[in-house]
Design a protein around this ligand. Structure first.
Ligand SMILES: Cc1cc2nc3c(=O)[nH]c(=O)nc-3n(C[C@H](O)[C@H](O)[C@H](O)COP(=O)(O)OP(=O)(O)OC[C@H]3O[C@@H](n4cnc5c(N)ncnc54)[C@H](O)[C@@H]3O)c2cc1C
Length: 462
C-alpha cells in the first residue's frame, strides 16, 4: 500500500465489498495482479475484487475520493496492460460472472466480468451465439466495448453492433442504463469507446442462431504468400457473409494435431469459419482448396465454442506480447510484397500477423452510427510479436514495430483500439477519426474529470 492510502480507510472500504480487496501485503497479491501480457508488470496499491454492481459503486467512489488512478479490469488481456495501474486502484470485475439467456427473444445479459468463453458456453447451450473473438480467455466486456472482431464479423457484425444496452457505473458513482431509449449518447459512445465512460457492469447482447460451423485453418507454403494474399484479398471481399476467413502468417504449432513434418514451419494461412448450412461449405471453400501450395486443410465441422478456443493452448497467459495494428481498406500489390517480406521474418514461432475481415455485416452500420469510425475499412491487421522468453522481448517488439512501419503507409490511418499498445494521443485520436470530437464531448458530460483515464484515453472536451 502506498503512503497515500490510510489503512483505516482501506479497512472500511474492504468491509463494504462482498468480493473483498487484495493488498500488496497479501500472499496472493502477485497472482491476482498478474496480467495476461507478461511484458507488463504493474503494482497497484489495491485491487477491489468486486462481486456485484454495489461493490463497483463502492470502488468507484473510494477511488475517486482517495484521488487514486483507477483501472478497470475484466479479462486482463489488454496488450499494454490497461486493466491495471501502478500505485492505483484496480476495479477487478472477474466476480461479475452472471449470464442469463432468453432464447426466445435471442438476447443474453452478461456480467461485466465474463470471459469470451463464458459467453460462448452459455449461449451455445441454446444453439445461439454473439460475436466475442477468437480466444476464449479474453475478457468479453473489454473486447466488446472496444469493438469486437472475430469469426462472426462478416455474418453478425462487430460485437458492438450486437450491444442492445448496458448498465454503467459512472464516475460520480451513479448507475445508469444506456440503450436506444435511455442515455442514447452514452449508448453511442460505449459502442467502441472502451472503458472511457464508466464501468460497465452488465451488457445486453443480441444473439444469432449459430451453433455448428465448418471451420479451421488452411496452411500454404510461405513462398506462395504473394499468390495467396493476392487471391485472398479479392476472394473474401466477394464471398458470402456466411464465410469469414482471416489471413495470417504463423508457424505450425508443435502439437499432435498437426503432422510432425510441418511443426514450426512458417506458413501463410487463412482461418475459415462457415456459418451457412454444412453442405454449402465445400462449394464456398472450393476455390481456396484449389490454390497451389496447400500444405494442410484443417477445415471441419465443429461447435462454435471449439473454434473460439482453438488457439487457447498456443497462447496461454504469461507470454511476452507486443503488437501494432492498423485498419486497411485495400491491399495493393506493393503491400503484398512487403507482407511477404515481413511474414518471413517472424522472430519467434508464436509471432503472427492477422488480417481480420471487417466487411460484410460489419459494413451495415455507418461511420457515425457507433464510435467505430472505420466502416470503410475492410480489414483490421495486427502484427503480434509473442514469445514466452523475456529475453526475446526486444526482438518481438522490433519486428512488430518494423512490420507496422513498413505497412502503415498502406493503411486507412488509425487502428483498432483493442489491438494497440500505448502509442500516444495522436494514435488514439486516429483510432476514432471523425468521431473523436463527439466522443470527447460525451466524455465531458459523463466523466468531466477524466476519472477513467487508464485506457486508450478520450480526453474530455474543454
Ligand atoms: C490472446 C488475445 C486474443 C485476442 N483476440 C481478440 C479477438 O479475437 N477480437 C478482438 O476484438 N480482440 C481481441 N483481442 C484484443 C482484446 O479485445 C483486448 O486485449 C481487450 O482489451 C481485452 O479485454 P479484457 O477485458 O481481457 O482486458 P482488460 O485488460 O481486463 O481490460 C482492458 C480495458 O478494457 C476496459 N474494460 C474492460 N472491461 C470493462 C468494463 N466492464 N467496463 C468498462 N471498461 C472495461 C478498460 O478500459 C480496460 O482498461 C485479443 C487479445 C489477446 C491478448
Amino acid at each position: 500500500m502506498t503512503e497515500m492510502l490510510d489503512a483505516t480507510h482501506v479497512d472500511a472500504f474492504a468491509e463494504k465489498l462482498d468480493g473483498g480487496v487484495t493488498r500488496p501485503t497479501d500472499t496472493d497479491y502477485d497472482e491476482v495482479r498478474a496480467l495476461y501480457n507478461a511484458m507488463i508488470d504493474k503494482r497497484p496499491a489495491l485491487i477491489a475484487r468486486c462481486a456485484d454492481k454495489d461493490d463497483v459503486v463502492a470502488a468507484v467512489n473510494f477511488g475517486r475520493e482517495q484521488g487514486l488512478d483507477i483501472a478497470i479490469r475484466c479479462g486482463g488481456h489488454n496488450g499494454p496492460g490497461l486493466g491495471s495501474v501502478d500505485k492505483g486502484l484496480v476495479i477487478d470485475l472477474s466476480g461479475l460472472k452472471s449470464i442469463t439467456v432468453d432464447p426466445d427473444a435471442r438476447i443474453a445479459t452478461i456480467g461485466g466480468g465474463c470471459l469470451a468463453g463464458d459467453v460462448d458456453a452459455a449461449t451455445h447451450e441454446h444453439g445461439l451465439a454473439t460475436p466475442v473473438g477468437i480466444i476464449s480467455t479474453t475478457g468479453a466486456s473489454g473486447l466488446i466495448l472496444g469493438g469486437g472482431i472475430g469469426h462472426l464479423s462478416r455474418k453478425c457484425g462487430l460485437s458492438i453492433d450486437n450491444i442492445l444496452g448496458a448498465e454503467v457505473v459512472l464516475a460520480d458513482g451513479s448507475v445508469v442504463n444506456a440503450d436506444e431509449s435511455e442515455n442514447d449518447d452514452l449508448y453511442w459512445a460505449i459502442r467502441g469507446g472502451g472503458g472511457n465512460f464508466g464501468v460497465v457492469t452488465q451488457l445486453t447482447m443480441q444473439l444469432h442462431p449459430i451453433s455448428m460451423v465448418v471451420a479451421g485453418p488452411m496452411f500454404w507454403e510461405l513462398e506462395r504468400t504473394g499468390d495467396i494474399l493476392r487471391w485472398y484479398r479479392d476472394f473474401i471481399r466477394n464471398a458470402p457473409e456466411d464465410l469469414n476467413g482471416f489471413f495470417a502468417f504463423a508457424s505450425v504449432p508443435p502439437a499432435p494435431m498437426f503432422p510432425e513434418k510441418l511443426h514450426l514451419q512458417k506458413v501463410a494461412a487463412v482461418v475459415w469459419c462457415w456459418t451457412g448450412p454444412e453442405q454449402g461449405a465445400a462449394d464456398a471453400l472450393a476455390e481456396a482448396r484449389a490454390q497451389d501450395g496447400l500444405l494442410l486443410d484443417g477445415v471441419q465441422p465443429m461447435p462454435l465454442p471449439v473454434l473460439n478456443s482453438a488457439f487457447d493452448d498456443v497462447y496461454p497467459a504469461g507470454d511476452q506480447w507486443y503488437w501494432r495494428a492498423d485498419f486497411v481498406e485495400t491491399i495493393p500489390d506493393e503491400a503484398v510484397e512487403l507482407h511477404a517480406e515481413w511474414g518471413a521474418k517472424m522472430p519467434t514461432w508464436k509471432s503472427t500477423m492477422h488480417m481480420y475481415p471487417i466487411d460484410g455485416a460489419a459494413h451495415r452500420a455507418g461511420p457515425n452510427d457507433t464510435a467505430w469510425a472505420y466502416r470503410n475499412a475492410n480489414w483490421g491487421s495486427v502484427m503480434a510479436g509473442v514469445d514466452p522468453d523475456p529475453a526475446n522481448a526486444e526482438a518481438i517488439g522490433a519486428w512488430s514495430r518494423g512490420y507496422h512501419e513498413a505497412l502503415h503507409p498502406y493503411s486507412a490511418g488509425g487502428a483498432y483500439v483493442n489491438m494497440m499498445m500505448e502509442e500516444g494521443q495522436d494514435r488514439v485520436e486516429a483510432a476514432y477519426g471523425k468521431n473523436y470530437a463527439r466522443l470527447a464531448k460525451i466524455k465531458a458530460k459523463y466523466d468531466p474529470d477524466n476519472l477513467f483515464h487508464v485506457n486508450q484515453n478520450i480526453r474530455p472536451a474543454a
